[in-house]
Design a protein around this ligand. Structure first.
Ligand code: ADP
Ligand code: MG
Length: 361
């Protein structure tokens, strides 16, 4: 192989007693990539990040960074900077002293350290905060300082563990962009842990979707959103309507009297499946005869409620045949609103191309 990835995680296991927090996790990350570990609380995101840092070493497996096997090195011999969810700044040190902390061990001159700190304060947009203490700063400012501290030693890998989770919504959105543009400018390979799918979709070059100590899917935000490999990913990333159906054969499921093809479906046995579609691909139509062969229009039901979301309407329609409801998001400008009132009988129309099928366990 001519090209080696910057970071390789090979068959990593992590046990806490009998409990396996990571189960043979393998992963490759390219130089300069921004990768998000995404998954529900407790799925092993932090465990994987801390193993890469050496803060909490793996039980088995290997990690290679820049061509060197690092899995047995203590953290201080590894090349990374890290930011945690709680700002973890030293409360009794000033901003300057906090940022300079990692530089002391590098035996730099006072002048060099001062210059580096000033440069970082400029970079993170807080040039006037040098002599403040952490308690005098807002959460967003503290997290910027933590970022500067992590970058001070010029590591080639940046590890971020839910760095935005403790911040309020507006600051969080703002810092997303700042972190991403700083990362692009520096070209630093970055891994960010998050349980927030919007954050991962907005920021990542690639998303690693985790669940119960395994990786379910690795892909670009678009791949993970448009072509989830299973019902877990489909349901965790974005909203997905999942309707229980029967598999007819290896390639098709039976929905009412119609057979629906599925590219993604790879059932080993003919069994139960989920028929899936995103809220935004569906439309609401009056009940009646529809003859568009490119759409599936066999879902009929009753509008339960409609939420006005500004630029779109979120309509919940109960489908008696499936004994559950589906969500349909429609543009508020181009929809016949008289169709969407609670209690109305409607047809949920979905392009056949947008129907996906997943195995149901
Ligand atoms: P995440 O970051 O995805 O929320 P973690 O990686 O922190 O999840 O934890 C993964 C699993 O490992 C959880 O079930 C957690 O309870 C368990 N775990 C994490 N750290 C320890 C520990 N020090 N001792 C025992 N169990 C732990
Ligand atoms: Mg965590």
């Amino acid at each position: 192989r001519s090209h080696a990835p910057y970071l390789q995680v090979n068959k990593l296991w992590k046990h806490y007693g009998n409990f396996a927090a990571l189960k043979e996790v393998s992963l490759e990350i390219e130089e300069g990539e921004f990768v998000c570990f995404l998954g529900p609380s407790g799925c092993g995101k932090t465990t994987l990040l801390r193993a890469i840092a050496g803060l909490d070493p793996q039980s088995r497996g290997e990690i290679v960074q820049g061509g060197q096997t690092i899995s047995r090195l203590p953290p201080e011999q590894r090349d990374f900077g890290i930011v945690f969810q709680s700002y973890a700044l030293f409360p009794n040190l000033t901003v300057t002293q906090n940022i300079a902390y990692g530089l002391r061990s590098l035996k730099k001159s006072r002048q060099e350290v001062a210059q580096k700190v000033n440069e970082l304060l400029e970079t993170i947009g807080l040039p006037d905060m040098a002599h403040k203490y952490p308690a005098q700063l807002s959460g967003g400012q503290q997290q910027r300082i933590a970022l500067a501290r992590a970058l001070a030693t010029e590591p080639s890998l940046l590890l971020l563990d839910e760095p935005l989770s403790a911040l309020d919504a507006r600051v969080r959105l703002h810092l997303r962009q700042e972190i991403r543009s700083l990362q692009r400018k520096l070209g630093i390979t970055t891994i960010m842990v998050t349980h927030d799918q919007d954050e991962a979709l907005a920021m990542a070059d690639r998303i690693v979707v985790m669940n119960h100590g395994i990786i379910e899917q690795v892909g670009t935000p678009e791949q993970v959103y448009r072509r989830p490999v299973n019902a877990f990913v489909a349901n965790f990333v974005g909203t997905m309507n999942l309707l229980p159906v029967k598999a007819a054969n290896q390639q098709q499921v039976r929905v009412q009297s119609r057979l629906i093809n599925s590219r993604s479906y790879k059932s080993k046995q003919m069994d139960a499946a989920w028929l899936a579609f995103r809220p935004e691909v569906a439309e609401i139509k009056p009940v009646g005869l529809h003859l568009d062969g490119n759409r599936y229009e066999g879902f009929s039901g009753t509008v339960l409620h409609t939420e006005f979301m500004g630029n779109f309407l979120r309509i919940e329609v109960s489908l008696p045949e499936f004994q559950q409801s589906v969500q349909v998001d429609v543009s508020s400008q181009h929809t016949d609103l008289t169709l969407c009132a609670p209690g109305y009988q409607v047809c949920v129309s979905v392009p056949v191309d947008e129907l996906q099928v997943f195995e149901r366990y």
